[in-house]
Design a protein around this ligand. Sequence first.
Ligand SMILES: [Zn+2]
Ligand SMILES: [Zn+2]
Length: 177
Amino acid sequence: MLLDLSRLHGSREHLERTFQPAAFPQDEEYRVATPVHLSMDVEKADGDAFRVTGRISARLELECSRCLENVEAPVDASFELRYVPQAENRADEPEREIGEDDLTTAFYREGALDVMELLHEQFVLALPMKPLCAQGCRGLCPVCGENLNRTECSCTPVWEDPRLAPLKGLLNREKEN
Ligand SMILES: [Zn+2]
Ligand SMILES: [Zn+2]
């Protein structure tokens, strides 16, 4: 969904939208599990900048970083962004003053703000670095790949001292001879 910034009514516009999970493109990191609610205010700022504040609530589904099972992550995030037009050619653009009002800078293109991109960026910011299904998740067996939260496998994880590996090769060779 693109929001045409040139068609703002007055200097401020309030938006309430609900997006169905199917509206979101496939993403490697998460899946949108329930409709996403967005409440947002767009306000004209200095020059061609816009101040965008709002709140997102959603439920995302991620993979547990240890056992790869699905984990639900509620997202309830508020944001405050400063949108400036994206330069056609970044190389010609002098460095922008970053952080002049402590707002995170985002870019709009051809007069329009990409709402789906805004949501995606907020989701990524809200995602945990290492999602876990449970604090004590035991992960997958490195030998057979079984989910150790559900089954006990009979593999004995052997840790080989890498310093002994050449020695072992030597022993094997002796056995062959
Ligand atoms: Zn897990
Ligand atoms: Zn195993």
